[in-house]
Ligand binder design. Sequence first.
Ligand SMILES: [Fe+2]
Ligand SMILES: [Fe+2]
Length: 145
Amino acid sequence: MPAADVAVAQELYAQHTAVRPLVERIRAVADDLGTTAADLTPVRDLVDRLDTELLPHERAEEEQLLPIVARALGGPDPVGALSRTHAEIEHQIRRLRRALPDPGERPEPEDVVDLRAGLYGLYAVMQLHNAQEEENAFSLMPAGR
Ligand SMILES: [Fe+2]
Ligand SMILES: [Fe+2]
């Protein structure tokens, strides 16, 4: 791997590690979401952070990491699965945003059920995605990362 690519991959790996607690926060927020008299403030705050912290990281990986990995691996579409998962993450976060009632509006129990399902779904996708990135992309960096 050329030195410039290693530097970019290392930078992205540092980001990748830094967003791990935010990914764990997705499950914690889902676990704490009561169906009755649900306070959606933690969900709103989380969705804001997913937009401002997680998505910029995933987009940076899509734009900068996947081309490096594709060059290193070669062959037809070596990063197709990772790229499609990035699109799925974007899609699920958009859906969570749409499932949030307007601020000040009382959430219906089914809104809360939808939000909780969306949070657990996103958490599962993120766990798998991060494991695949670590095994199929970051593992290509030279040792000592
Ligand atoms: Fe990542
Ligand atoms: Fe990613």
